[in-house]
Design a protein around this ligand. Sequence first.
Ligand code: CTP
Ligand code: CA
Length: 237
Amino acid sequence: TGPGLRPGDLHGRHVVVSAGGTREPLDPVRFLGNRSSGKQGYAVAAAAARRGARVTLVSANVALPVPQGCEVVQVETALQLQEAMRATVAGGVDAVVMTSAVADFRPAHYVERKIKKTHGAGDESAPTIELVRNPDILADLVQGRGEAISPYIVGFAAETGDDSGDVIELARAKLARKGCDLLVANEVGADKTFGQDESTVHLLRPGTDEVPTVGPTGKDSIAEAIWDTVAPELASR
Ligand code: CTP
Ligand code: CA
């Protein structure tokens, strides 16, 4: 056993982890997507399985091997992701970890046939893609908690910081907006790009100003640190 590794402390628990990035179809051959690799989510799922949990991995457009001991549900769009998360949570889970990059918007209209360069009668103008908002899956899961089903809920946030605040301030506001139990805030920026092997995260919880920082380190260590935070909470429930 290495540092941060606690074999078996999630034994008997069922956890659901979302990973990857959603794709929102425009027509049969095109979509709006994002650059999420799914690596962090797969590491979180693999770590939970190593620690003895039953793991459902809801995976959106990820090209990685299925981690040992995880049951995978494949989805493509935000609406499919929401459906899969709701159904899994309704079946009774102890913890939910939303690592996936969910498209905030989707095309308002899906076009059944491939959109042509020249549309209508010789119309060469560029089309405008109208968007509508996707549901906030995480906030919806938090709001849907009841006495019978009340999992510990973890959100992720990739923040660059801007004029309105630094990474932790932005994450603090997001934690309050989402209402989750733990928000893992990832620092991203020009020099800290997506898909990097090492990253630094801040672990924010409601009701405490104590914000542990993990990293810079690999995704497996970050995954272990998340379960080091969650496992004792589950044990005390
Ligand atoms: N999330 C979600 N449903 C959405 C958007 C995000 O469940 N429609 C989840 C993500 O999986 C992540 C967390 O919410 O765990 C934070 O995602 P983020 O994109 O950082 O937050 P947003 O509320 O979308 O805010 P913004 O993109 O404006 O920063
Ligand atoms: Ca977003």
